[in-house]
Design a protein around this ligand. Structure first.
Ligand code: ATP
Length: 304
């Protein structure tokens, strides 16, 4: 697998407090990688380190295969765009002027591409309106446009949907999907809003107390949270024959319980097996939510 960013036992201490404690992450090229964790778990600290805003206490990370201790790391960082905490905008400037300013900072010779960038983030009609009069969602999208000004192939967004109204969330989500799917940009996005991330992320890293507790692909997570029907009976043989004949996947949990995945026609199953004298003890439907999966991983209550 090709990784844009990996970290190896990255640590960041604030005096004796370990904000990051052996933080090891693997961000595949082309992914939307959701960094999920409670407030204070260490997400922003990690992002600040990889953006070069702070130095690790120990451990290292690798950007496009270049180690963070190498003198070449800054060159690799120029392939990356980021919005850390709040977007750094000039609030007395228009959207376009913010981008012109960013182009100057990047040393670009002209303003080619700015109109396209404004269109991409849906701010092409904001004219003379100053950024201070933008909605939070518009500010966030302008922040993303600023991060895109250097044509990065990897962008890092710290809680980009925090505080947005439902419309703003949809707009940011659609923009990120477009950047990823149409432009091939790899995205690292941190959030404590699990449900929202699940509509975007192709990969997850679950963070707790400065540590990645699990990395998992969206497909693996979906399977882990998959719906199943639990059937309990005194003897499962007839049930298992029925499931095999109907090509339904299942797992035998014990002599008395099977978990069935896929679309079980409960009426048909009950009638067929009843005719064979099969006695059900119970039938129940189960589904693990993303949130309960996370709580099971890290233990304790999840604070939204
Ligand atoms: P949030 O979404 O609340 O920002 P987070 O997962 O991004 O959460 P961090 O901001 O990375 O969390 O903070 C991780 C821990 O490190 C927190 O307990 C925080 O109080 C602590 N911390 C962060 N910066 C500093 C600092 N400069 N000095 C001391 N402690 C800090």
């Amino acid at each position: 697998m090709d990784y844009v960013l990996t970290s190896d036992r990255l640590c960041k201490n604030y005096r004796s407090f370990k904000a990051l404690d052996n933080f090891s992450v693997h961000i595949p090229k082309g992914s939307i990688y959701g960094l999920v964790g409670r407030n204070g778990a260490g997400k922003t600290t990690f992002i600040r380190l990889i953006c070069g805003l702070q130095r690790p206490s120990s451990g290292n990370y690798s950007l496009y295969g270049v180690n963070s201790n190498s003198s070449k790391i800054e060159k690799q960082r120029s392939r990356m765009g980021a919005v850390v905490e709040t977007p750094s905008l000039f609030l007395d400037m228009t959207a376009k002027d913010n981008l012109i300013h960013q182009y100057k900072l990047l040393g670009k010779p002209d303003n080619d591409g700015i109109d396209e960038l404004l269109k991409l983030v849906g701010l092409e009609n904001t004219g003379k309106k100053k950024a201070k009069n933008f909605s939070l969602g518009m500010k966030q999208r302008l922040g993303i446009a600023v991060a895109l000004a250097g044509n990065p192939d990897f962008i890092v967004l710290d809680e980009p949907i925090n505080g947005l109204d439902p419309q703003g969330i949809v707009e940011v989500r659609e923009l990120l999907l477009k950047l990823n799917q149409e432009m091939g940009i790899t995205i690292l996005i941190s959030s404590h809003i699990l449900d929202e991330l699940s509509r975007l992320a192709t990969n997850y890293g679950f963070v707790d107390r400065g540590h990645i507790v699990k990395e998992i692909s969206a497909e693996e997570l979906e399977n882990a949270c998959k719906k199943y029907i639990s059937v309990k009976a005194e003897n499962l043989n007839a049930l298992l024959r029925y499931l095999d004949n109907n090509n339904l996947p299942y797992t035998v949990i014990s002599d008395e319980e099977a978990q069935i995945y896929g679309k079980l026609d409960i009426n048909d199953c009950v009638i067929s097996l009843h005719n064979q004298g099969f006695k059900f003890l119970s039938i129940s439907e189960h589904e693990e939510s993303l949130e309960s999966y996370f709580i099971n991983l890290v233990g304790g209550k999840y604070d939204d």
